[in-house]
Structures are given as C-alpha cells and as structure tokens.
Design a protein around this ligand. Structure first.
Ligand SMILES: Nc1ncnc2c1ncn2[C@@H]1O[C@H](COP(=O)(O)OP(=O)(O)OP(=O)(O)O)[C@@H](O)[C@H]1O
Length: 358
C-alpha cells in the first residue's frame, strides 16, 4: 500500500510562497487530514500531490516512487472535489463507470464493478438517475464511487462535504470512516473544519501560512497542542489563551494570580496560559486537585442544547474567557462576579512566541 513523502516541497505563485519547504511523510493506509484556515495552502498541497499543480521546488514520492514530474493520470490516485464534478449527461452508472470506460474495460466487467461500488455506497436504486435528480449527499456518493471504482493507491479529498447540510455531513463522515476501515486505503483529506478532522482522522497535519504547525494524532493535537495557534484552532470553542506577566508574582492581564504549590512557571518563561473551555469550573466547588482560581464577571450565556457557552471576563485584567458547561441555570446574573477553578493539570503553558512549554 502507498505512503506519501513530500521532501523540501515548495510552491510559489509569482513570488508569493504558499507552501514553504515542507517535509512530511504520510503512512501507508492512514487517514490523514490536512487542517488549517482558509488560504494556508492545503488545497495547493493536495493538488501538487494529485499532479494538478506544478511544484516550484522539492519532491513528491508515492510508495517510494518519485512522481513529481509525472502526469496526474500516471500517479494512480483519485481525487474527490467539493464540487462533485459529475458529468450531467451521464446517469449514476455512467458517472461511476466513466474511468473504466476510458480505460477501455469490457462492458460486462464495468457493469459488475459499478454494481459492486454502488452497493457499498447505497446507490443501487439510483443507477439510472441523472445528477440533477440527486440530492447533494447522493451526488457526493457518486463522486466517491467514481473514485473508488478505479481502486487507486491513494484517495484525495478536497473539502468534499462542505456543500452538504449538517445532517448529511454527519452521515457522510460515518460513511467515509467505514469506507476507510473496509478498504484500508491511504486517504489525504483537506478541510478547514476541525470537527471533520477530529472525527475522521488518524493523523492530523495542522497548517498555517504554508507551513506545518503540528503533525499528530487527534488526541495529541487536542491534548498537547504544540503552540497557541493549534490550541486555538482546534476545539469548539477553541482554547482560551490568557496573557500573563511577572511582577513579583504571576499576573493575569495585570491582576495578581496566586498559583498553588506544584505549578511550575518554568523560570518565568510562561507568557500565556491556555485553558480549554470545558476545563473551567464555575464557583469554588470542592476539588481535591491543585487548581488555579481567580475571579471573573459573567458577560453572557449562550445555550447550545446539551451544553452552554459562558462568556466571562477576568476581574482586574478584563481578559475574555469562554467556559463550556452542561446547560443549566448558571445561578448568577450578567455582571456579577464568580470564582472560576481550573485544575493545574488542565492548564497549558506557552512562551511569548507561542511555543508550548511542557
Ligand atoms: N492559481 C493561483 N494563483 C495565485 N494564487 C493562488 C492560486 N491558487 C491559490 N493561490 C493562493 O495560494 C494560497 C493558498 O491557497 P489554497 O487554496 O491552497 O489554500 P487553502 O488552505 O486550501 O484554502 P481554502 O480552505 O480556502 O480552500 C492562497 O493565498 C491563495 O489565494
């Protein structure tokens, strides 16, 4: 099975670099998600892998074979786009079977392969429909079927679910996970949606401005973000990052903060504290864990259903802080003060340049 290696890979448009000297190896059979904000270079990287975009510098290898200068058709990959890119004049069977028609396979073999793939994707009832007679989710399944029928070494997906409504997205996420489990194929999947990344990926590559910020499992990315950018980008809502400084003691937005014994300040290197919204407890409810606690003002509460987002501001420093808790009456009204408690095991520390301090 196919692993992918990018070596010192760069891409510039004119003199604007969009992928910068990137070194990355993707394991064979892994479901890898390229995650990052709009414009960070994810699609460009995927298109270079697909052979749809020229490389400015560096090398790409699939399965140990250098493909940098090979035409897209010689790379044994299949790409599924956000826009589906189906042929409107062909029915579902025609669209799925198209790559095999091009290869000149016998009609009976094509029909058998199309039925097998359509069966896996729940499309057997729809084989004679045209794309315009299908829902968005069904169209995306046809696009997936057209990629699957080729049995490529690597599947590439470019934000394939972003045109679907929330329910359909959830359903397709489950199908893609099942598809990967059943085929064991290498998948490289581009998205800026961190929920998609967390739910489907075995490995997440977080990108920003053409460079890799972190390469890790979803657990590593969430629990041990390498810097404050990853910490804030991953999570919904993202991690709170609070500026600190030292003036005799640790201060939070200028207000003194008492830290419990065992809270290592790494010789004053800590410039920012990171706290996940779900790790914040409201009120000084009894905890046996060593914790940070400080006063905040309640700004607003936004119920989400099972949970609620609580907007807070630190007292003294006026730093915004978001907490996530089970939906209930917070027991206080806007502008009143309350103590928040955060176990020190849940506090992330970052240096002034944003790099994680372990
Ligand atoms: N053909 C092009 N000519 C010039 N600049 C381009 C071209 N294609 C992409 N870019 C620029 O390269 C940068 C990276 O684009 P890319 O599409 O790879 O980002 P992305 O991370 O996939 O973003 P999105 O999530 O919005 O699709 C962007 O600043 C974009 O404007």
């Amino acid at each position: 099975m196919a692993g992918v290696t990018f070596s010192n890979l760069s891409k510039s448009y004119g003199n604007v670099p969009v992928v910068k000297a990137l070194d990355l190896t993707l394991k064979s059979g892994e479901f890898t998600v390229l995650l990052g904000p709009s414009g960070c270079g994810k699609t460009t990287l995927l298109r270079m892998l697909a052979g749809l975009e020229e490389v400015t510098e560096g090398e790409i290898a699939i399965d140990g074979r250098v493909v940098t200068d090979l035409h897209a058709s010689e790379r044994d990959i299949a790409m599924v786009f956000q826009s589906y890119a189906l042929y409107p004049h062909l029915d579902v069977a025609g669209n799925i079977g198209f790559p095999l028609e091009v290869r000149g396979l016998p009609k009976s073999e094509i029909a058998a392969k199309v039925r097998s793939v359509a069966g896996m994707l729940g499309l057997l009832e729809l084989l004679t429909r045209k794309p315009k007679q299908l829902s968005g989710g069904q169209r995306q399944r046809v696009a997936l079927g057209r990629a699957m029928v080729r049995d490529p070494k690597v599947f590439l997906f470019d934000e394939p679910l972003s045109n679907l409504d929330a329910n359909m997205r959830e359903e397709m996420r489950s199908e893609l996970i099942r598809f990967h489990r059943e085929t064991g194929k290498s998948i490289v999947y581009v998205t800026h949606d961190q929920v998609e990344a967390m739910t489907m990926a075995q490995r997440i590559i977080v990108m920003r401005q053409g460079s890799i910020q972190q390469n890790g499992t979803p657990f590593e990315i969430y629990k041990q973000p390498k810097n404050d950018f990853v910490a804030q980008f991953v999570g919904s809502p993202g991690m709170n990052i609070l500026d600190t400084d030292f003036a005799g003691c640790l201060r939070l937005g200028g207000a003194p903060l008492t830290v419990p014994a065992g809270f290592d300040l790494s010789g004053g290197q800590v410039a920012k504290l990171g706290i996940r919204p779900e790790d914040i407890r409201l009120g000084t409810s009894a905890t046996t864990e060593a914790s940070l606690s400080f006063p905040v003002r309640l700004v607003d509460v936004q119920p989400l259903g099972a949970t609620m987002i609580i907007d807070l501001k630190t007292v003294g420093g006026n730093l915004p802080l978001i907490a996530l808790a089970e939906w209930r009456d917070p027991g206080i009204s806007p502008n009143s003060e309350i103590e928040v408690v955060v176990p020190i095991s849940a506090v992330h520390k970052f240096a002034a340049d944003g790099v994680r301090i372990c």
